[in-house]
Ligand binder design. Structure first.
Ligand SMILES: Cc1cc2nc3c(=O)[nH]c(=O)nc-3n(C[C@H](O)[C@H](O)[C@H](O)COP(=O)(O)OP(=O)(O)OC[C@H]3O[C@@H](n4cnc5c(N)ncnc54)[C@H](O)[C@@H]3O)c2cc1C
Length: 467
């Protein structure tokens, strides 16, 4: 079958490889100059690394298998890492029950209730009922209003902004379970991994792999419109079935044009699918939105990366309690990576700010973002961090990153959307019922779709193009 995969992020790459492996003739359209989407990399000056921060958890089996299949197993590194919580003008380690019990902003009863709320989330195996409840109501019911106000509320506000009161409990539950899964069963310390050289090396290998299985890769080809049309073969009317006309704009050597496919699979964010679907396909997008409503409320991120001469904190993640820095957290990537091996001995710190996709912060110039997030952001928390400690900085933006489940908007079954539906369908992370966005889940989506899809030869040959 002639298939178009639209979007060359991790999901599009995995789908293209799997479909080509089943004998389909696959064309992969990617709007950007390179494959990789959110996993793409950038030049920081002294070194190259991912634009955004990525870690691997020990339980990310599908992702680890994918990296192994690419022959990169030997480049996976594991390190002990830790988390902290910034409150009351200082950082507190948050790596075990003892740390919760030492947390100074809560009385003894509050500390126990906080530890209990975390432990209870860990014990809860199924998210049944957590779709309808907001994270706020769930936390208030497990640890009480006082603990919620002091500990959880600032975190929810930093991470979800205007959605802090509405985000569904299931999302927080999934995040907590994922992070606790990184803790060793013996010493309860967090252990995270990364691929030496970052995702750039992984993506290079993945692209070579696609070429090997004859996927036609069109980089710099943005799909502008998708139309359904019916193709009829004059000799075999019975083989008539709808197909998808793909109109795309080419850059960098790719010619602008249009082409017809028996099936087009869109892997980008749902709001972008809505922009390009025309005619009958618009109803497919609406139906997908009704089934997977998290894709209509997306959080984006503006991320300031700092390359520093010195270490800032001992933590991989520093969560931020009540403060007015405008930051969502502090991710010190070189507390995971080995700086000598990966970042020219320098320290790489990411300062993300999560925002709704239409927030005007996305439109600020890089210099304004730097001034707001450095001078009025991180320096409010760490006044001793001087400008001269910054060797290089960069701003990256992604308006649509995280599909956000809101309380009361229960998703439909992903299985319906994971079944093979020519001539057009959407497959993207809004199909993840409760999990936070990460590559292991995304690759599992691709696997589930490929298992459910048709085997080579089930469909009759595509009728020739009618004049
Ligand atoms: C700040 C941040 C931190 C993260 N941390 C982690 C982590 O620690 N661990 C982890 O596993 N994951 C992490 N992730 C998530 C990870 O990056 C995503 O899971 C993954 O990149 C999603 O891949 P995707 O293919 O679904 O989407 P995307 O990467 O968004 O790819 C979609 C692609 O579609 C293309 N596209 C869209 N519209 C069109 C069109 N009309 N025509 C052609 N192409 C189009 C886009 O250009 C893009 O390349 C993080 C993400 C962010 C932003």
């Amino acid at each position: 079958m002639k298939v178009a995969v639209i979007g060359g992020g991790i999901l599009g790459i995995a789908l293209s490889k799997g479909l080509a492996g089943k004998g389909h003739a696959v064309t992969l359209f990617e709007a950007g100059e390179e494959l990789g989407g959110l996993c793409g990399s950038r030049d920081y000056g002294p070194f190259q690394w991912d634009r955004f921060y990525h870690c691997i958890l020990p339980q990310d089996r599908t992702l680890l298998r994918w990296i192994e299949d690419l022959g990169l197993e030997g480049r996976i590194r594991w390190r002990r890492t830790g988390q902290g919580y910034w409150a009351g003008g200082t950082c507190h380690p948050m790596n075990g029950i003892g740390d919760y019990l030492r947390f100074p902003l809560l009385g003894l009863g509050g500390k126990f209730r906080l530890a209990w709320s975390v432990f209870r989330a860990r014990l809860l195996r199924s998210p049944e009922g957590l779709h309808d409840l907001s994270a706020r109501d769930w936390l208030v019911s497990t640890c009480g209003k006082a603990v919620y106000e002091v500990f959880w509320k600032p975190l929810l506000q930093a991470k979800f902004g205007p959605f802090a009161d509405e985000v569904a409990a299931v999302f927080l539950w999934a995040t907590m379970r994922r992070l606790f899964g990184a803790r060793s069963r013996t010493d309860h310390r967090e252990r995270l991994g990364y691929v030496s050289g970052g995702y750039a090396g992984v993506l290079r290998r993945a692209e070579r792999d696609l070429e090997r299985v004859s996927v036609r890769i069109l980089k710099g080809a943005e799909v502008l419109e998708l139309h359904e049309e019916r193709r009829v073969s004059s000799s075999r009317r019975e083989t008539s079935r709808p197909s998808c006309r793909v109109r795309f704009r080419g850059t960098g050597g790719i010619e602008t044009g249009e082409e017809v496919f028996e099936h087009a699979i869109f892997t980008g964010p749902t709001p972008l699918a809505r922009r390009i679907a025309r005619g009958k396909l618009e109803e497919s997008v609406r139906s997908f939105e009704r089934n997977h409503p998290s894709g209509t409320t997306m959080l984006g991120v503006v991320n300031l990366s700092l390359v520093l001469r010195r270490r800032l904190t001992p933590f991989y993640i520093l969560n931020l309690g009540a403060q007015d820095s405008g930051l969502t957290g502090v991710i010190e990537l070189t507390n995971l990576l080995d700086p000598e091996e990966e970042t020219a001995g320098l320290h790489l710190v990411h300062l993300p700010r999560y925002l709704p996709e239409e927030d005007p912060f996305f439109d600020l110039e890089d210099g304004e973002v730097f001034s707001l997030m450095f001078e009025k952001g991180i320096r409010r928390l760490f006044p001793s961090l001087e400008r001269k400690a910054v060797v290089a900085w960069a701003v990256d933006r992604a308006r649509r990153v995280q599909p956000l489940p809101l309380a009361g908007s229960r998703p439909g079954s992903p299985e319906t959307s994971l079944s093979w539906k020519p001539p057009f369908q959407i497959l993207n992370p809004s199909l993840l019922e409760c999990a936070t966005l990460h590559n292991d889940e995304v690759l599992r989506l691709a696997d589930r779709f490929l298992e459910a899809g048709p085997k080579n030869g089930i469909f009759p040959p595509f009728p020739p193009t009618s004049p």
